[in-house]
Design a protein around this ligand. Sequence first.
Ligand SMILES: Cc1ncc(COP(=O)(O)O)c(C=O)c1O
Length: 461
Amino acid sequence: MLARILKGSRTLSSASLFLRPHIHRPYTAAQLVTSASKMTNSNTVNIPCAERVAHFEQDVWSIFTPLAVECQAVNLGQGFMNFPPPDFVLEAAREALLRNDCNQYSHPKGRPRLRNALAKSYSPLFNRELDPEHEVVVTAGANEGIFSIFAGYLDKGSEVILMEPFFDQYIANITMNGGVPVYCPIRPQGDSTKEMSASQWKVDIKELESKITPRSKIIVLNTPHNPIGKVFSREELEEIGALATKHNLLIISDEVYDRLYFNPENHERIATLDGLWERTITVGSGGKTFGTTGWRIGWLVGPKKLLEPALGAHTRIVFCVNSPLQEAIAIGFEKAEEQKFFGSQVSAYEHKREKLLSVFRELGLPATVPDGSYFILVNTDKIQVPQDYVFPDLLYKRPRDFRTCYWLAKEIGVVAIPPSEFYSKENQNLAEKFARFAFCKTDETLDAAAERLLKLKAYIK
Ligand SMILES: Cc1ncc(COP(=O)(O)O)c(C=O)c1O
């Protein structure tokens, strides 16, 4: 498969999609695997890679991030902020770097100061007094936390139920640990040719139950949801929780956007529902919470017994998480309240959401209005990409949204992400008419994107 990817990459050379510009930009693990394999192939040594990475396909980020640079496009693709973290968090990081104790190993569970700060901040949100010694584990970003849970629970052939679209890293995290992802779509209910609320995307609970087999071990929930922006209602959480209880599944509740939702009444945590604390590990992210996605600080919250296997794996994967930035995130939590940080962050994101939505409204392109997270899914069906437009070969093998997003980047100058990347092969058709735009960007960037997007008027039927 890697050979296929490499062959595919050569066919794209005219589009120079694989030029690596000498500027800093985020990488994903799959990109690094691809680069490493290229290095091996460019000399005479040929050491085959492990099965567990051999099936990785070229990921969406390694196509669209270089494309953004190549076309000097406004990048609303990857979900990283192009504005700095809050001053009080940056200041804490600077000070921590100057303290010797912050430059040495931390406890694998996480620095006590951060575990205490997390327990204090989260106890009221979980309606229980969290024990910082046993009910919180600090991880290298939410992603490593999730990987550690899979490493701690999956055996070869264990099945993990995912609702799609899903955060793309889940798949490699599952398969690298011997697990098998099983998919159930969240479908838009109603007329997706008109603006929709994210709450109109629903999972059919009977269909979800039909995916459960005796090999099912874990169900993954993501709320607020990337990329739909859906915040699952209490009723939906109760139904999912009831299934997990009936079939004895572990629930991973990926709540990395738990400080980014726009209607304070409707965000609920599945771990707070009757009887579900005992079977739920909730995942959080310092990157999303304080705009520090490159710091790689995340956390797991759950009962001691459930966290132990994940902690065991985490200790062997990273041993501990980088110390100075744990300290900075701890101070971030300690000061967030007096700084009224979370409220003002939500207001800032709400303003950004409205700014970007207003462009799609003006264009008459139906969007899904997110209730949380910082993504907008837009129905691009009305955009008429010229029929004779020539795309790089590789894109003809991908679903239509890849070509629409490529054209958007090249001709309109704005990068969005094709959401079929977040679906299993059999359900990618559900995503073909959508594009995902991230609004975790400065107002200047959003204004520049708006100006370019308005050029779409000439292409809308
Ligand atoms: C749904 C979801 N889960 C997990 C993560 C990973 O978070 P982190 O950057 O803390 O590893 C992301 C990042 O985009 C995400 O969107």
